[in-house]
Design a binder for this molecule. Sequence first.
Ligand SMILES: NC(=O)c1ccc[n+]([C@@H]2O[C@H](COP(=O)([O-])OP(=O)(O)OC[C@H]3O[C@@H](n4cnc5c(N)ncnc54)[C@H](O)[C@@H]3O)[C@@H](O)[C@H]2O)c1
Length: 406
Amino acid sequence: MSSAPVTSAAPASTGAARRRIGVGLVGFGWLGQAHSRSLQRIPTLFPEREFDPELVVCSDAVPARVDEAVASFGYARGATDWRAVMDDAAVDVVFIAAPNMLHLELIEAAAAAGKHVFCEKPVGGTPEQTVRAERAARRAGVITGVGYNYRWAPLVRYAARLIEDGRLGEITNYRGRFFSTYGSDPLGLLSWRFLVDEGGYGVTSDLLSHSVDLAHMLIGPIARVAGTTATFIAKRPVALPGQGHYGRGAPGDPTGAVTNEDYAGMLCEFAGGARGTFEASRTMVGPESQMAFDAYGTRGAVGWNLERLNELQVYLAEDELHTGYRTVFGGDRFPYHGHFVPGSANGIGFEDLVAIEDYEFCRAIAQERPFAPGFGEAVEWVSVQAALLRSAQSGAWEDVVSLRED
Ligand SMILES: NC(=O)c1ccc[n+]([C@@H]2O[C@H](COP(=O)([O-])OP(=O)(O)OC[C@H]3O[C@@H](n4cnc5c(N)ncnc54)[C@H](O)[C@@H]3O)[C@@H](O)[C@H]2O)c1
């Protein structure tokens, strides 16, 4: 694979040739701050860039977060009303990192104002909202991006290359899972993620969306599914505005009902013939952040797990010793890795994937071309989600009916 070692980065384009990209951001929590740091770091990481991001205005419902965005992150302005972002003539692109059920209204406003939009996954809280969001952006002719950041992991891209080049033979089966521990403590706060009115669907939207999006990239579309969902922790301590899913309450605190699913499981058939299984959970104990996949082919297999972001498990039948899986360490011989650290087995981290996706998204804007994953890819995921939810109701296999309109 080609790589970009720090020591031999592509020649820097001149400042004069770079396009200024004015950024407005809505939702300055975990991911809003991650994108802000990433956009700020781009000039130090990607000397070959054709653009310079400028942090113009940040909006959050919590005033202290707005103050922090201006004081410490370098935004020129802050606002508690997100309309200030859409109305700002200096903003070219709106980054959306607010709770899911706000996505659609924000996207429709940004598109109406002619701004390009990067929205965190899953783009809306329901399949219907994702379809409407894609429609609004397409009709406005703006460029869209979605925060499916695991697509950008250097070793995931290497796995994609192994599959694409046929090194694993024909892929016969695939296993995707996202097991997160964030909801395993019953005293974990009832943040927006656990509420259908604020988060929309639960782990199908929050976690399984990542797993299936990655499978779409690696293996291709899914034709039909049999699915099941469950809620295991019915009540949680209520959260204050701005408190997230990593916060904890205390015994005796007032509680409220969890109104979306904690778990989803799915058996599926890919359009290309491979079979697959997927699971996502936010309440199990054991795995901590296992966003993971295994792809098995007639001549080899690969496995990757976010808990070991800098390792890829590879089995190649062409290896004459048949010594089992090999652990391949990350390093600057893989795409993007050398932009962060040189050499081999000097690891990169979660937020570096956000920096890569932000760099690639801004590059698409600078070049005035579509970006993937965009809202079209988000609709491909919710087409699967809709089939899974139908199957959980019917108890039968359900065909995936594409909701894409473009
Ligand atoms: N790609 C990933 O790996 C990843 C990881 C986590 C979250 N996400 C996505 O990012 C989005 C945000 O998740 P998070 O974990 O950062 O949540 P969070 O709870 O940490 O942050 C959400 C922020 O939105 C703010 N907010 C709420 N209502 C608002 C309004 N009306 N106007 C402006 N701000 C408002 C809150 O005050 C909070 O600061 C979600 O869509 C989530 O699915 C993606």
